[in-house]
Design a protein around this ligand. Structure first.
Ligand SMILES: *[C@@H]1O[C@H](CO)[C@@H](O)[C@H](O)[C@H]1NC(C)=O
Ligand SMILES: CC(=O)N[C@H]1CO[C@H](CO)[C@@H](O)[C@@H]1O
Length: 432
């Protein structure tokens, strides 16, 4: 690593060398910090709960996962293949000394001591229902007597899936109000809070794999409402879940609209390669640095969640005071509404681990001739443009729209009305 820094083309550029050296040092310190925090959390978990929560620092966890629970490749390799210099050295002889049980005990569903225990975060436990929070907008025309409208058509269903660290509010606030009256009359809109986010359950006895997410959507939307035909609309991470869902229900899906889908081309380094591509270990810009810390360092990430997510109500009050506003933006409120466990596992198992499954899913959809529309902003800093090419390569019939001067969020939020028209057009054209 150091050799690479001081050789080749970089040797000519002192600024570059400085930045690389600085970045090397910062991430080395983070390696050490994560290693120390691992010991700290084992101690604290033992103190508060009598048993350490399993983590992925243990070397032999790898074997246990691959033989036991990972038969279908559901857990991402990135969970346990994140190299840490200090752990590799068996620093201080600590690593591997604790016998962790990889199994998360079934009884342990309550909040961890490091998670928020406020009423809204735990409401799913008290009402005994482990279903997702679903925001439904019923068609304005009455479909109760007959399931067809005057022109003989049944109501259309649409399922909306949000991205990482968002919730159903994203669709409810940004898109629903801008749909036109004729469309609202005969469309039933379901916006779900994905498992582990927003107001949905955040169990700790779950690995938040794509399969887990699908099961919850089936249980909360598809089965109770007996949907046998629906459209899908998804943003960012939600696109991976949407494609998996569509492949499973390829006969029922009428169209899929994917906004900024993070479909990374799978290279030789597998899941780890996806993580490296998605979140490079970089100091700048701050958004990149923040995501690198949260995705590469399990225990540092848990500490950030301990400070932010566990105290989200306090932060909401502080932000309100500082900005002198009575209502916060829905995205600010949604951002910390997850646990470290739910965010961490979803990030790895869905985004990184999902890449290798996309080819198979898209093949099913191509064979079933399901309409796929992709929208991507050309200034997207979160999901690179090359992801569109990955889709095009796997599903040549997909229609790709590149939006100029739009980034990961403004691709919808900066053009709500146009986006609503685009959706309406997609739904209508898939009916003929
Ligand atoms: C997208 O652009 C808007 C306005 O230009 C900016 O406020 C926002 O931070 C950007 N978001 C991302 C994720 O880059
Ligand atoms: C035509 C219409 O209803 N436009 C609305 C689109 O949504 C924004 C808020 O998200 C409203 O302010 C507009 O009035």
């Amino acid at each position: 690593m150091l050799l690479a820094i001081f050789s080749g083309k970089w040797a000519l550029n002192p600024g570059r060398i400085l930045i690389s050296a600085l970045s090397f040092i910062v991430f080395l310190i983070l390696d050490l910090l994560d290693f120390i925090l691992c010991i700290f959390y084992r101690f604290m978990d033992g103190f508060w709960e009598g048993q350490a929560s399993p983590c992925y620092c243990e070397k032999n966890g790898e074997q246990r996962i691959s033989v036991g629970e990972n038969e279908e490749g559901e857990l991402s390799e990135t969970l346990y293949r994140r190299e840490n210099v200090f752990r590799e050295m068996g620093f201080l002889g600590f690593s591997g000394k604790w016998e962790n049980s990889r199994k998360i005990e079934a009884g342990k569903i309550g909040a961890r001591w490091s998670d928020c225990g406020c009423q809204s975060c735990l409401s799913w436990m008290s009402n005994g229902e482990d279903k997702l929070h679903v925001c439904i907008s019923e068609p304005t025309r009455d479909f109760t007597d007959t399931d067809k409208d005057s022109s003989g058509k049944p109501a259309e269903n649409v399922i909306f899936l949000h991205g990482f660290l968002c919730s159903s509010s994203f669709w409810r606030e940004a898109v629903f109000p801008n749909l036109s009256e004729p469309v609202k009359q005969n469309h039933r809109l379901f916006a779900v809070d994905l498992l582990g986010f927003g107001r949905s359950p955040k169990p700790r006895n779950c690995f938040y794999t794509i399969k887990d997410h699908l099961e919850m959507i089936e249980k909360s939307v598809i089965c109770p409402f007996q949907l046998n035909s629906f459209h899908l609309v998804a943003h960012s991470m939600g696109c991976i879940i949407a494609i998996a869902l569509a492949a499973k229900y390829s006969k029922s899906v009428k169209s899929i609209t994917l906004v900024a889908p993070p479909f990374f081309p799978l290279k030789d380094r597998g899941d780890v390669g996806v993580l490296e591509k998605l979140v490079e270990k970089r100091l700048w810009p701050p958004l990149k640095f923040g995501s690198a810390v949260m995705s590469w360092y399990e225990h540092v990430g848990r500490s950030v969640c301990f400070l932010v997510c566990r105290n989200h109500r306090t932060w909401e009050r502080i932000v309100k005071l500082l900005t002198r506003r009575r209502d916060l933006h829905y995205m600010t409120i949604d951002l910390p509404r997850h646990t470290h466990h739910s965010g961490w596992h979803t990030m790895h198992n869905v985004i990184c681990g999902g890449a290798k499954l996309m080819g198979g899913y898209l093949k099913v959809l191509t064979e079933a001739r399901v309409k796929i529309s992709v929208v991507h902003g050309d200034k997207d800093q979160v999901v690179p443009m090359e992801c569109c090419n990955t889709i095009k390569a796997m599903a040549p019939h997909a229609e790709v729209d590149i939006i100029r001067d739009a980034n990961h969020s403004t691709v919808i939020l900066g053009r709500k009305k146009e986006f609503a028209r685009y959706l309406e057009y997609t739904w209508l054209s898939s009916q003929s």
